[in-house]
Design a protein around this ligand. Structure first.
Ligand SMILES: [Zn+2]
Length: 247
């Protein structure tokens, strides 16, 4: 596998065109999951995608924007404008080192600042550099249709996230504290109040349905679906690199 655990000579001998950046968040995940849950998930999917695409994966960016989870120690965020600059600079650095394509694997659904990052880079750098974003949280319906999970209504510390952490790090999951909670409001309400307005425990979904076996299948199926989508996105961007309107 081509990763940051190799030497520069090993990496340059392969001379990859694609870089993969997992972007995570350090934030509460209810009473049963660790605050590094999104780091574990983003890195796991980034590993699989890097292997599918023979891409160079860098370590996960551990902190992003998650102010909606504030309230208890363990959640850490930076301002959206700081995050924006940091991501632009990481991508520009990769381009300077010869990468032509970047895949951002988003391990936390609430990083809305990633959209302007991607649009700005594609608007100004395509075709020299092309950037695509994959959010594993967008695949829940497909995972449900494939019979891997039973609910696609989860959002946070749910069946999906709990299954993956059980599979990769069962020592970090407090099974005895698992409690389901499905808020009455939609995800949009995170625009109007913290997650604790919607869910007193910080859980959004049905983690009681999680199993380690599901976690393994979620990773295996997900990496294939995501690699396929990434190929489609880059092919789409090659169709007409001009005429893209800036954000
Ligand atoms: Zn999460």
């Amino acid at each position: 596998m081509l990763s940051y655990q190799m030497t520069k000579d090993q990496i340059n001998a392969i001379n990859p065109d694609i870089a993969v950046i997992p972007v995570a968040s350090l934030e509460q995940h209810g009473p049963h999951l660790p605050v590094n849950t999104d780091i574990i998930i983003a890195e796991a999917y980034a590993n699989g995608i890097s292997m599918e695409l023979n891409a160079f994966q860098i370590p996960a960016v551990p902190i992003s924007t998650c102010r909606e989870h504030m309230g208890y120690k363990g959640t850490v965020w930076i301002n959206p404008d700081t995050f924006y600059r940091m991501m632009i600079e990481i991508c520009m650095c990769l381009e300077e080192q010869g990468f032509k394509k970047i895949v951002i694997v988003q391990g936390h659904g609430g990083i809305f600042m990633l959209t302007p990052v991607i649009r700005e880079l594609n608007a100004t750098r395509n075709p020299e550099l092309q950037v695509c974003r994959i959010d594993p949280g967008n695949y829940l319906e497909q995972f449900k249709n494939a019979g891997v999970i039973s609910s696609s209504a989860g959002l946070h510390a749910d069946e999906f996230e709990t299954s993956i952490v059980q599979y990769l790090h069962c020592d970090l999951v407090h099974d005895e504290l698992i409690q389901d909670f499905v808020p009455e409001v939609t995800r949009d309400y995170l625009n109007y109040g913290s997650i604790y307005c919607a869910s007193p425990s910080g859980v959004w979904g049905q983690p009681s349905r999680a199993t380690a076996e599901k976690g393994g299948k979620l990773l295996e199926l997900g990496r294939k679906l995501m690699a396929e989508d990434i190929r489609k996105i880059f092919a789409y961007m090659n169709k007409n690199p001009q005429g893209y309107s800036s954000f």
